[in-house]
Design a protein around this ligand. Sequence first.
Ligand code: F6R
Length: 245
Amino acid sequence: MRIYKTENYDAMSEKAAALIAAQIVSKPDSLLGLATGSTPIGTYQKLVQGHRAGFFSFADVRTVNLDEYVGLSPTDEQSYRHFMQSHLFDHVDIANENTHIPSGTASDIQEECRRYDALIDAIGPIDLQLLGLGHNGHIGFNEPGSSFTLRTHAVELSKSTVNANARLFSSREEMPRYALTMGIGAIMRARRVLIEVSGEDKASILASAFAGPVTPEVPASILQLHPDVVLVADSAAMRELEGRL
Ligand code: F6R
């Protein structure tokens, strides 16, 4: 694993964006696995800036997102499709048909999971998978206890995840309790994994993930077994991991 420790969130975003930009420059038709949440917002801003400055193009880039809430339509402001449009896709020259996110409103959820896996098989492997880290160690919405071999599946969100994400909804009741997520099996098949982590509130779980035992109770710990992981974390998030490496 390669680790880049940065001074703060802004520098973390800069470093992660530079790594993604390098991936696009070296392989213009890269398949990027993308994440949502607070952590990658700065990274997407830097990518938009780099694109506008003419450093690289998304014209041939293809993307698959990790997850989507069940029940939210793509136009819902809380949906992950809406997040990706407003933070990245609407501001770069990516082709809409090259961006993929599981559908949270599919009438047959199991069929949607199969469709998404078949899509990843057809256009994969993922060249670079971007991840954030949940406070309970989840990656995507693979919650503690989930099997390391699953592919796309529906999950009931844990209390910890509902607590963490409800802040983004106008009330806790509005927050969906189920999501579709790419499984750890698919994440582990990516050629490279780039995980970014920021803030003191993630210091303890980051240390458990990379210096503790590999266990389904800390889903991100499986990344210790991936051959090409890059961790970009700010100094606040690195506080506990540093002393344990
Ligand atoms: C989002 C995702 C989640 C987040 C994680 C951290 O697509 O897959 O695993 O990366 O919940 O979220 P933030 O960045 O909001 O702390």
